[in-house]
Design a protein around this ligand. Structure first.
Ligand SMILES: [Fe+2]
Ligand SMILES: [Fe+2]
Length: 155
């Protein structure tokens, strides 16, 4: 049973691939903006899923008090990631190409590093305490589509 980690890892790969495309697009800025919009919405949902559902359940499972453990570090990472996301958004609004790439690269690094941490502890352990059926309904609640069924396309 690796339904949670499989989805979350694939979701990170999907996010990184989108961001990679945004950074790599140096000619068609409208295309970059459109991909960034998809990335941005998806990233916010991914973080919502973790902060509101996955990590509180993780803390409960391992018996952690509020304000302790890996979820605190993850939350701090999320705040930093959302700040960088906002910087890229602003750069697109101001049509500042240099800033888009600069902040975009920072965001890319922050997201990759963050995934390394989550992939070591929270994701593998979450497979144990969230049954597969419940997981599917959680994903439906957050993403609003049967995203689990299209998982192979996320890889
Ligand atoms: Fe996260
Ligand atoms: Fe994550």
């Amino acid at each position: 049973m690796n339904h949670v980690s499989m989805f979350m890892d694939a979701d990170h790969q999907y996010l990184v691939r989108l961001l990679d495309e945004v950074i790599a697009e140096k000619i068609d800025s409208q295309r970059a903006k459109n991909i960034f919009a998809i990335f941005s919405i998806h990233l916010e949902k991914h973080i919502l899923l973790e902060d509101q559902i996955l990590f509180p359940r993780f803390d409960e499972y391992i018996g952690l008090k509020k304000g302790m453990g890996p979820s605190v570090i993850a939350k701090r990472d999320h705040e930093n990631i959302l700040k960088l996301l906002d910087q890229v958004k602003q750069a697109f609004e101001n049509y500042n190409l240099q800033k888009i790439h600069y902040a975009g690269h920072h965001l890319y690094r922050a997201l990759t590093k963050h995934h390394e941490r989550e992939g070591q502890i929270q994701y593998p352990l979450s497979n144990k305490f969230i049954p597969e059926d419940e997981w599917k309904s959680i994903l439906f609640t957050i993403y609003g589509v049967k995203i689990y069924s299209i998982l192979p396309t996320l890889q």
